[in-house]
Ligand binder design. Structure first.
Ligand code: LMR
Length: 399
């Protein structure tokens, strides 16, 4: 029988945390698992700017006929502008295109599908640690995953030198997945000077960046967070940027994202673009409309765009505040617990530098749900649950 004989595969480890959280009956349970933003009341609310854009679409959208494999052209233009700027040299040279995809995951998938068309045996370098789906997508396409050191979870140390060293051993044409900002899962980012140095080394070695840019706005700001995407796509002749509107527009389930392709010249780009669109057509034919239509309306309406940026700023500042509050409380409750680094890191995630046993105690005894490797979604902390969480973490440091 064709359908018998498969071994069962486990859920993705992030989705497992959501399942455990939902199954728990503990009234004190805390969800620090999947990367969604939560407000001070613990809700993942719809942004006001998004609601206004949705109302606009209800009133004005007059057809639901097919888009095209490339998706909404206005969305593509405005998102590209937000990622790399309309003054990017590749724009004037007709060697960059952005395609709407179902979420940032769709962007990574189509980007790697395109890599496969270029070289079916390509090596894809992935940070250790990373978002588990990077490896899953690479493997499911039959590409060859390789790891570069990035963050020592046990010691809580960013490993830039080690990253540089590992990538120096990559071969010409290898693809390197880089986190554009707010590294998922460590929250440890390169400085601008380190991005410059890395781009120079990658240029010299002929490596190709795939910048996964899922948290734009959660580091330092929408514009401030573009440094890596811009440097990698200007200093290097070829680049891919997978981007997501899930977090910064809080439109998780609407699956709005994009893949941006930069080729070395306009002639190559025309051919490359045809492969990109053929990968889309063979995978899901065309992306879904709604999320991208909302984003296009917001980005294309100056007053609404300003309102949205203020909402992104508010989300980012709340997460930062919770990072500081966590460190402050831990300093009071367990002075030698050593979590100071959490205040310096960026975006939704950080690791709690704890033993596997301590992590299991927090999950099983205190119903604080997060990844078994210690990754927490800091955006799940609120003023209401911070004492519960920090009391539980502090209890691990008492003998
Ligand atoms: C996460 O890392 O938790 C998010 O990117 C959500 C996801 O799809 O895994």
């Amino acid at each position: 029988m064709l359908f018998s004989g498969l071994a069962e595969v486990g859920d993705d480890p992030i989705l497992q945390v959501s399942t455990m959280y939902k199954a728990s009956n503990d009234p004190n349970k805390v969800d620090l698992g999947v990367g969604v933003y939560k407000d001070a009341d613990g809700n993942t609310a719809i942004l006001k700017s998004v609601k206004k854009a949705e109302q606009y679409l209800v009133d004005h959208q007059d057809t639901k006929t097919y888009l095209s494999p490339a998706g909404n052209p206005e969305f593509n233009r405005l998102v590209q502008d937000m990622l790399i700027g309309a003054d990017h040299p590749a724009v004037g040279e007709n060697r960059v295109s952005t395609y709407q995809t179902p979420g940032g995951t769709g962007g990574v998938r189509i980007g790697l599908d395109f890599v496969k068309a270029c070289n079916p045996n390509a090596n894809v370098w992935i940070s250790n640690p990373t978002w588990p789906n990077h490896t899953a997508i690479t493997k499911s396409l039959g590409l060859n995953p390789k790891q570069y050191r990035y963050y020592d979870i046990k010691q809580g140390v960013f490993q830039y030198q080690e990253m540089f060293e590992d990538l120096s051993g990559a071969e010409e044409g290898d693809v390197v997945i880089l986190h554009g900002c707010c590294h998922n899962a460590s929250g440890a980012d390169l400085t601008n000077a380190q991005w410059d140095e890395l781009a120079a080394m990658m240029l010299e070695k002929g490596l190709v960046p795939l910048v996964d840019f899922a948290y734009q706005g959660f580091g330092d700001g929408i514009e401030e967070d573009t440094y890596a995407a811009k440097i990698m796509s200007t200093k290097l002749p070829e680049a891919l940027i997978a981007s997501s509107c899930s977090k910064n527009f809080a439109m998780y389930r609407d699956r709005a994202g994009a893949i941006t392709l930069v080729s070395s010249d306009a002639t190559e780009h025309k051919k490359n673009a045809s492969h990109m669109l053929s990968a889309v057509r063979a995978t899901y034919s065309m992306p879904p409309d709604h999320g991208a239509a909302v984003v296009a309306h917001i980005l294309g309406t100056p007053a609404l765009k300003a309102e949205w940026i203020a909402e992104v700023d508010e989300m980012r500042e709340r997460v930062k505040k919770m990072r500081h509050l966590f460190v402050e409380k831990m300093n009071e409750k367990a002075p030698n617990s050593g979590f100071g680094y959490i205040a310096e890191q960026k975006g939704m995630f950080s690791y709690l530098t704890l033993t596997a046993e301590q992590i299991q105690t927090l999950i099983n005894k205190h119903s604080i749900f997060f990844m078994g490797n210690g990754r927490v979604n800091v955006a799940g902390l609120t003023e209401k649950n911070i004492d519960y969480v920090t009391d539980a973490v502090a209890s691990l440091f008492r003998s």
